[in-house]
Write a protein that binds this ligand. Structure first.
Ligand code: ATP
Ligand code: MG
Length: 385
C-alpha cells in the first residue's frame, strides 16, 4: 500500500462528545490527551482533524494499540488501516493491495468525505473503488451483508482506508466531569460502579476500608489488583487510599447492637469518604449499592446511611441485577479477582440478621452519644491512611 511513510493509521471516532456544543474543543482535547497517555507505550502519535482523531503508529504495534484504544472511555469506534493521497488512482491502488492480502467472500465500500470542494461524491468513490475489487480481484459486492467493509474517509487531502473497525467503550473521556471518591470493596459491585462513573467522565479516587488485623491482609492485596485493572481504563493511575477501619469497627461493636451495625459501618465509611472528597475537591461519592441486594441496601437503610453525607452519593448500579453486574465484571476484567472469597470487614461481628428498616431517627439516636468519639477515630483513621 502506498502509505505516507511506513506508518499505519487509526481513525478514532467519538460520538457523544460531538454533541457537546461549545464545549466540544475541550472534550476533544481531553480525549486526545487521554488517548496519548493510555497508548503511551505503543509510541503512536495522535492528532485532531475534522471531527476525528488520527493515530499514526508502526505496523508492529497494531494489536497493542487496538488493545489500548479499547480501554479508552470516550472512543466510540476506531478503524485501523493506512492513509494515502485522496486522488482516485491512489485510492484504487491502495484498495487493490488491501484486498489482495485477504480472503473474503464479499465486500462493500463505504466512503465519506469532509471537504465540499473534493471532486468526487462519496458515492463516486464507492463505485469507482468498488469496481476495482469486484472486476480485477473477482470478489463479489454485497451491499446488505458484506463480509468485509472497506471504509474510506477523505479528510484534508488524504484518504484513510481500513477494513477493520473496532467498537470502543463509548461514554466521555475520564476527567471531564470532575473527581469522585469511589468506595471500593473486593466484591463484584463497587469496581463496576467506579468504572461506570469513569465512563461518564469522572476521575476516580479509590477508597478501601480494611479491618486488618481483624481480617488478613489478603483483602488489601486483592483490592490493589482491582485498582490495577481499573487503572487500565484511566489516563493516570487512580489513587488508592487504604483506610484502617478496625478500630472504628471495634468501637462500634462495643457500643451498638448487632442489628444496627451494618448501617453504622456504612455511615462512617461515607463520613470518611466525604472528608477525603472535600480534601481532594471531589464532587460526589460513588458506591456499588444495588437496591434490595442485601440488608444494607433496602431503601430505608440506604436513607439511614446516606443521611450522614452532604455530597451527592452516586449509585450507578442501583437498578442492576447481580447477574447484570457479574456480566459487566467479565466485560471489564474484574470478575476473576472479585469472585475470590475474602472476609469483608462489614460482615464481621454480626450476630443474627441486620435490621432491614433502620430509620434515620433510630440510627441518630444510637449514634448521638458516641458521635464525638467516632469523629475522632475517623479523623485518626484518615491520618493513618
Ligand atoms: P460489593 O460487591 O461492591 O462489595 P456488596 O454487594 O458486597 O458490594 P455491600 O458489602 O453491602 O455490598 O457494600 C455496598 C457498597 O459499600 C459497596 O459497593 C462499596 O461501594 C461500599 N463498601 C462496602 N465495603 C467496603 C469497603 N470495605 N471499603 C470500601 N467500600 C466498601
Ligand atoms: Mg462488599
Amino acid at each position: 500500500m502506498i502509505y505516507v511513510r511506513s506508518q499505519k493509521t487509526a481513525v478514532i471516532h467519538y460520538h457523544e462528545i460531538a454533541l457537546k456544543g461549545k464545549n466540544r474543543a475541550f472534550f476533544e482535547r481531553a480525549l486526545m490527551t487521554n488517548i496519548q497517555k493510555q497508548t503511551r507505550d505503543t509510541g503512536c502519535r495522535v492528532k485532531r482533524i475534522a471531527g476525528r482523531l488520527i493515530a499514526q503508529y508502526d505496523p508492529g504495534n497494531e494489536e497493542k494499540l487496538i488493545e489500548k484504544l479499547r480501554h479508552v472511555f470516550g472512543v466510540h469506534h476506531f478503524k485501523v488501516g493506512g492513509e494515502t493521497r485522496a486522488d482516485m488512482e491512489s485510492m484504487k491502488k491502495a484498495a487493490r493491495e488491501l484486498f489482495e492480502n485477504i480472503k473474503t467472500k464479499s465486500f462493500r465500500v463505504s466512503a465519506t468525505r469532509s471537504e465540499k470542494n473534493y471532486p468526487f461524491t462519496s458515492h463516486d468513490i464507492e463505485v469507482k473503488v468498488g469496481r476495482v475489487i469486484d472486476e480485477e480481484l473477482k470478489i463479489p459486492v454485497d451491499l446488505s451483508n458484506p463480509e468485509t467493509t472497506l471504509s474510506i474517509e477523505v479528510v484534508e487531502g488524504k484518504a484513510y482506508m481500513s477494513i477493520r473497525r473496532i467498537e470502543g467503550l463509548g461514554g466521555l473521556p475520564v476527567g471531564v466531569s470532575g473527581k469522585v471518591v469511589c468506595l471500593l470493596s473486593n466484591g463484584f459491585d463497587s469496581p463496576i460502579a467506579a468504572l461506570r462513573m469513569m465512563k461518564r467522565g469522572c476521575e476516580p479516587i479509590l477508597v478501601h476500608f480494611h479491618s486488618y488485623p481483624n481480617t488478613t491482609k489478603d483483602a488489601i492485596e486483592s483490592v490493589k489488583k482491582i485498582a490495577e485493572i481499573i487503572s487500565n481504563y484511566a489516563p493516570n493511575p487512580p489513587k488508592l487510599l487504604l483506610i484502617p477501619f478496625a478500630e472504628i469497627q471495634n468501637f462500634i461493636v462495643s457500643k451498638i447492637p448487632s442489628s444496627l451495625r451494618v448501617v453504622m459501618y456504612r455511615r462512617w465509611m461515607l463520613w470518611i469518604a466525604e472528608q477525603i472528597a472535600i480534601r481532594v475537591r471531589a464532587r460526589a461519592l460513588v458506591t456499588g449499592d444495588s437496591v434490595g441486594q442485601v440488608a444494607s441496601q433496602t431503601l430505608e437503610n440506604i436513607q439511614a446511611v446516606s443521611e450522614i453525607a452532604t455530597l451527592p452519593i452516586l449509585r450507578p448500579l442501583a437498578g442492576h441485577d447481580k447477574e447484570e453486574i457479574i456480566d459487566l465484571s467479565k466485560f471489564y476484567g474484574t470478575h476473576e479477582i472479585s469472585k475470590l472469597p475474602y472476609d469483608d470487614c462489614c460482615s464481621l461481628f454480626l450476630r443474627g440478621s441486620p435490621k432491614t428498616n433502620v430509620s434515620i431517627a433510630e440510627i441518630k439516636k444510637a449514634e448521638e452519644p458516641i458521635r464525638k468519639e467516632l469523629e475522632e477515630l475517623a479523623e485518626k483513621a484518615i491520618i493513618n491512611t
